[in-house]
Design a protein around this ligand. Sequence first.
Ligand code: MN3
Length: 238
Amino acid sequence: MKAIRLFCIAAALSAAPFAFAASSDALLDSKAPYSLPSLGYGASSLAPAVDAKTMEIHHDKHHKSYVDNLNKAVGDSQDLRGLTLEQLLAASDKAGPAVRNNAGGHYNHSLFWTLLAPVGAGGTPSAALLEAINRDFGSLDRFKQAFSSAATSVFGSGWAWLVVDAEGVLKVTSTSNQDNPLMPFAPVKGVPLLALDVWEHAYYLNYQNRRAGYVDAWWSVVNWNEVNKRFEGIKLAN
Ligand code: MN3
């Protein structure tokens, strides 16, 4: 089972010489009908970085509509019904905008919730992750600057990402709308370790137009324990 998933991920990333084995991404193996995962913490527990009302609307309304619309899009198609979420993302260039937007929306938000934790509960980057960050960005501060810059400079709606690319290098990238780095047309392809939603619905109630203020505050609620776990799940295949 695991070997099959590793093969699929590698295939989706153009025969990447690494594979992702983190049990935290069992979501990639899921199939329709999709369901809304719980946050895993209280909607008010990220305040003041992210307020309770924003978390409630974001999860209960926005994410739920991606789930519902993905089920509709997949349910109408004989070809898509049997695919895993990972396969849907990999096929998102051919499967039409409803699949692209809603498979992306469901995956991105499901991942995003796991990458948040109340202040003080998210831990710190592991020694192994810090070593890779220092290698590829120079320092943790320079990585944070690069990530914050990517997040604040997304034009319109989208996401900022830290990914591991096909060579095992950490990279910062961004995508528009609900696209993500697992999709075949992503500008930088890779396995996501960290994600930040910069759609206005993620911050507008509390920050209005001040996206940079949201990004700054978000660093205080990053769940580094989950990022570490995802990083440790990346295995070189050879
Ligand atoms: Mn969102």
